[in-house]
Design a protein around this ligand. Structure first.
Ligand code: ATP
Length: 267
């Protein structure tokens, strides 16, 4: 059976040999999808990041996966909805730690970094029928295959891959793909179930904070139309916004709900 570990977690898994964008696909079909529908591929040809930035990786060397969480956005407390992208990032951070990347941490809101380099990007999109959680995870890329110098992969972080995958440019490591997919699906389903039980902000915070590498970091936050904010990320508020102690002018605490966060120093 193809992807036996992942199918044990998600029997409804739809695997494609190639797909332009797993998120775009699920968003376009959201009206008809069952809850927790999953679409995945190791060859995503037109991956997107936030603000329609490009997510790219050589065929076979990375995983793209999207999960549909059926809900009625109008019936949900916006405060609760705001935590879902963060939990998706928590799920991926936990998954790659299980695969052996102990140094992986979450950069707010939902990039997974290892020593400042991006191992995975998560993109959540809201539709009238629910939320699509999408993730790109670099599996076997070598240094010379990285799309940007700030990227890394499971293989580069020391996770064992099969010889076939490391010897050839586009050879997929089916076993690693399955393990990574299964781990991410298991963690996401678990966290979505906890989130659906409408936990308190304190309970949600306790799920995110243990993996949130941004806390305590000096950061720069770039927000459209605003001057860059520099300061230290101190905490999450009840909406999951990042509270940054601004360096200037008055050491005020600024709540950031969207924007590009850059870690200015690394552990
Ligand atoms: P940043 O990493 O600058 O915080 P972001 O969180 O906005 O960006 P996304 O928009 O989610 O990131 O992802 C797109 C960005 O990720 C691209 O602009 C590119 O810099 C980077 N990128 C693209 N493909 C990969 C990849 N396979 N691995 C790691 N990073 C990638």
């Amino acid at each position: 059976m193809e992807h036996p570990l992942a199918r044990a977690v998600a029997p409804q898994l739809e695997w494609r040999d190639s797909c332009p964008s797993t998120n775009t696909d699920l968003v376009s079909r959201a009206a008809d999808l069952p809850d927790l529908a999953v679409l995945a591929t190791a060859d995503q040809t037109a991956g997107r990041g936030r603000l329609d930035r490009v997510w790219s990786a050589p065929a076979g060397a990375s995983l793209a996966v999207s999960i549909f969480v059926r809900l009625d956005p109008a019936a949900l407390d916006p405060q609760q909805l705001g935590w879902l992208p963060l939990l998706a990032g928590v799920a991926m951070t936990r998954a790659v730690r299980e695969l052996g990347v102990a140094g992986a941490g979450l950069k707010w809101p939902n990039d997974v970094l290892v020593h400042g380099r991006k191992l995975s990007g998560v993109l959540t999109e809201l539709t009238p029928h629910g939320v699509v959680i999408g993730a790109g995870l670099n599996l076997t890329l070598r240094e010379d295959q990285l799309p940007v110098p700030t990227a890394t992969s499971l293989a580069l972080e020391g996770v064992a891959t099969t010889a076939a995958a490391s010897d050839h440019d586009n050879a997929a490591d089916a076993a690693l793909t399955d393990r990574a997919l299964a781990a991410f699906l298991r963690e996401t389903f678990d966290l979505v179930a906890q989130w659906r039980a409408a936990p308190t902000a304190a309970a949600l915070r306790s799920l995110v904070e243990p993996v949130l590498a941004t806390l305590g970091h000096a950061v720069r936050v770039d927000q459209p139309g605003l001057a860059p904010l520099r300061g230290v990320a101190e905490a999450l508020d009840d909406d999951g916004r990042l509270l940054v102690r601004a360096a200037e002018p008055s050491s005020s605490l600024v709540a950031v709900s969207a924007g590009d966060v850059t870690h200015l120093r690394y552990e």
